[in-house]
Write a protein that binds this ligand. Structure first.
Ligand code: NAD
Length: 309
């Protein structure tokens, strides 16, 4: 039976990956410090090690080593910049060593944030990025960029089978919505369901592209388990842009909410536009997202509705 180690496996993407692994008969082990996930999100049958990934090591061997541990929400990581950068530097090194000693496949979730304020939209994998190296978001963006460099070094010098994916705003049931942690879709949904003001940062004309969790999971599984992909780097996301104001209006309409849409100060270094060039994954895997934004929002709203009212 195959074995998979997942750092950050208690988080949004990680807990979905654990479920998928279990369905596929793969035994998952999770290392998670629960810094950004509040409840235990994985079944009790899964081995759960509560530890910071930058402090973790093991002699155990794994067929797959998946490094997800990070603090990906901007309002959270600007409060914890040292933790944010260590999980994606020292933590990445620990996970690479475990993969190397196991002779297993290593997969990393980098981020569309490595492109920064991109001048090519939709952004292809070979765009180098335009990132502020010491700005308020650098603890996250540069941690991801450093990790990519370290991963490719392990691949080139030590021949580790490494695979890097760059997700673009994945959402769906299970994503956290509360406080300063919630990302834009869950935050808007919860506000709308409670008829509270939906707060847009900046003028709302900034764009994002969103991918439903099931589409992320299907492609991630294929990327992780297909042969002959050592050293590959792919975007995983949608090429369809929507402005944040349009997203707020859409969620307001779909929830039948009486919320007002209000504006607050723009976030520092917040990219104006973001969309994935998906031609590489279309060519490599014949992949297309199967869940539209409308449908994905419908499912996510239903999930939150059951938990709020
Ligand atoms: N969800 C997205 O849209 C998205 C987009 C781009 C990149 N990513 C990347 O995907 C990965 C997973 O994101 P997510 O959306 O599931 O976030 P999440 O916050 O839900 O999950 C991250 C998990 O990592 C854990 N963690 C954080 N720091 C840790 C540390 N130092 N040691 C051990 N565990 C630690 C948290 O407790 C949490 O359970 C992250 O690396 C993130 O940067 C996600």
């Amino acid at each position: 039976m195959n074995r998979m180690l997942i750092s950050g496996g208690n988080g949004f993407l990680g807990s979905h990956l654990v479920s998928k692994a279990m369905k596929k008969g793969v035994v998952a082990t999770v290392v998670d410090d629960m810094s950004t996930s509040k409840d235990i999100n994985v079944p009790s049958s899964v081995k759960f090690i509560k530890e910071k990934i930058e402090n973790f090591n093991t002699e155990e061997k794994f067929d797959f080593v998946v490094h997800l541990a990070a603090r990906p929400s901007p309002e959270d990581y600007v409060e914890h910049p040292i933790d944010a950068i260590l999980s994606n530097s020292a933590g990445t090194r620990n996970m690479l060593d475990i993969a190397m000693n196991s002779k297993g496949v290593f997969m990393y979730t980098s981020s569309s944030e490595i492109y920064g304020e991109a001048s090519i939209i939709p952004t292809p994998e070979d765009y180098y990025g335009y990132v502020n190296p010491n700005g308020i978001r650098s603890c996250y963006d540069e941690g991801k960029r450093f990790s990519e460099a370290l991963i490719m070094a392990y691949h080139r010098e030590r021949h580790v089978d490494t695979r890097i994916q760059r997700p673009f705003n994945v959402y769906g049931p299970g994503i956290r919505a509360d406080g300063g942690y919630g990302r834009v879709i869950p935050r808007f949904i919860v506000r709308a369901l409670m008829d509270e003001d939906i707060i847009v940062h900046g003028d709302g004309k900034q764009t994002r592209s969103f991918l439903y969790i099931d589409d992320w999971l299907d492609l991630t599984w294929e990327f992780l388990t297909s042969p002959n992909l050592a050293g590959e780097v792919i975007n995983i996301g949608s090429s369809e842009e929507i402005t944040i104001y349009e997203l707020a209006e859409m969620i307001k309409r779909m929830t039948g909410s009486r919320s007002r849409i209000t504006f607050e100060k723009a976030r520092e270094n917040d990219p104006r536009r973001r969309a994935a060039d998906t031609r590489k994954i279309e060519n490599m895997f014949g992949w297309k997202p199967t869940v539209s934004l409308e449908e994905g929002l419908e499912r996510t709203i239903e999930w939150f509705r059951k938990r709020i009212k």
